[in-house]
Write a protein of this length. Structure first.
Length: 436
């Protein structure tokens, strides 16, 4: 069999095919453009390349919609024809993709972890496991996986920087900011195109209230962002968030229009970025004009279909804010129908948050408080970072302000006294940070 650059066996290909797949995996980690086209070309040349089919399946399944899983099932069907030539590691990947395609993502976690126990240099299993653990709120397990894998990695192994980035992000989400920044900066030093690791440094600065420094960090490489795929919008979102915290609202709107949501998009991160930023701005009394109307058509298309459940409350933000009551009702009704038994808790929380957000935009603030109070310590299960989750807390704070529930506001607002908000210059939250 042929081996990849980290010595892992590959079936159904040549040395040149293996090198091409190594490059594609690097492009995936770097969020570079043209990955689907590169995979298609590779599979035309090497139709029995098992791992290339697996990578294609993972890319399709990662689109963040349950409806996309049908296409992943078709790829599993192709892979089942290659079982006789597949290497043991590849057989496990096929099983993981098969489970995921059936909506049973959580069982795929154990398989990816098994792959990493036996083949710890498998960057594909590492990426799928750490990334999907994040989107199901399993931050501690994400760090545990990366830490155990770290034992075998060193700078002499190709792709070392790609190992460091997810490790650094797991450290950041668990509050280990010094180590997180150290490893993320090291990854960027190894590879200046490592968008994920640049993003990790921004997260650390966000959590430590280093807004001005965060602007400098992101602006220093912003000229290269447009060389990357849709993930680039999230880097622009972070830059806008730093400016938001400093009260630079005109700059936030300019970044929004030019880079965060310049055109309609159903990509889950684009909807999350756009809806949460417009909500933040409106909570500060900023007139965002007709910007909601550009999001709403996309939100209508994907509402109720998100396999990354953290997207659903953001879909509701767009739909409820623009008065699409029937569409919100359809979304919430869809979330009553269980997508998969293993996702029952996540689906329930997504539905309750969507309902609460809908009530907020109907000015039924007591209903918002009733639902969101008991979800405060559970919403992390939907995935998303600490920086992303604060918009949900802001809905609860604003409902408390509207109902003069200032003891509730003070309680929820305790989080805002952390270093995360050290530089906050937003009028509403600057006011409520005063002693009550």
């Amino acid at each position: 069999m042929i081996n990849d650059e980290r010595g892992l066996e590959l079936s159904g290909t040549s040395k040149q095919g293996a090198q091409t797949l190594d490059n594609i995996i690097s492009h995936i980690y770097n969020y570079q453009l043209g990955i689907p086209e590169a995979l298609e070309a590779l599979l035309i040349e090497h139709p029995q390349f098992t791992m290339a089919h697996i990578v294609q399946g993972y890319c399709v399944a990662s689109e963040g919609r349950f409806s996309s899983l049908e296409a992943a099932k078709s790829i599993v069907t192709k892979l089942n024809e290659l079982i006789e030539i597949a290497a043991p590691r590849e057989l496990l990947h096929i099983k993981a993709l098969d489970l995921w395609s059936q909506g049973n993502l959580k069982d795929s976690f154990d398989i990816w972890e098994s792959i990493l126990r036996n083949w710890p240099l498998d960057l594909l299993a590492y990426r799928q496991l750490t990334g999907n653990l994040f989107w199901l709120g399993e931050r501690r397990r994400m760090l545990d996986v990366a830490a155990k894998t770290s034992i075998v990695w060193h700078q002499g192994i190709p792709g070392y920087g790609y190992f460091l980035g997810p490790f650094a992000f797991a450290l950041e989400e668990m509050g280990e900011y010094v180590l997180a920044e150290k490893y993320a900066r090291q990854a960027v030093d190894i590879n200046s195109a490592d968008l994920w690791s640049k993003h990790v440094v921004a997260h650390v600065m966000e959590m430590q209230g280093r807004s001005k420094e965060g602007i400098g960090w992101l602006e220093s490489s912003a000229a290269t962002f447009e060389q990357h795929n849709a993930f680039k919008g999230h880097l622009w979102w972070h830059l806008a968030l730093f400016n938001f915290e400093l009260g630079n609202f005109d700059k936030v709107l300019q970044l929004y229009d030019d880079f965060i949501y310049p055109k309609p998009s159903t990509f889950y991160l684009d909807i999350q970025n756009a809806a949460s930023m417009l909500t933040r701005l409106e909570f500060q009394g900023i007139n965002v004009g007709n910007r909601w109307h550009k999001i709403v058509e996309s939100a209508m298309e994907v509402a109720g279909d998100a396999s990354i459940f953290f997207t659903e409350p953001h879909n509701t933000m767009a739909l409820a804010r623009t008065g699409q009551i029937e569409q919100v009702e359809n979304q919430i009704e869809s979330l009553h129908h269980l997508k998969h038994s293993s996702l029952q808790q996540e689906q329930y929380i997504a539905r309750e948050l969507a309902t609460a957000i809908n009530y907020f935009h109907q000015r039924q603030y007591e209903q918002v408080i009733t639902r969101m109070q008991h979800l405060r310590y559970q919403q992390h299960i939907l995935g998303g970072s600490h920086a992303q989750h604060d918009i949900l807390q802001q809905y609860l704070i604003m409902a408390g302000i509207e109902t003069n529930r200032f003891s509730l506001v003070k309680d929820v607002n305790a989080n805002l006294k952390s270093p995360l908000f050290a530089n906050l210059k937003c009028p509403v939250f600057s006011t409520i940070m005063m002693p009550l």
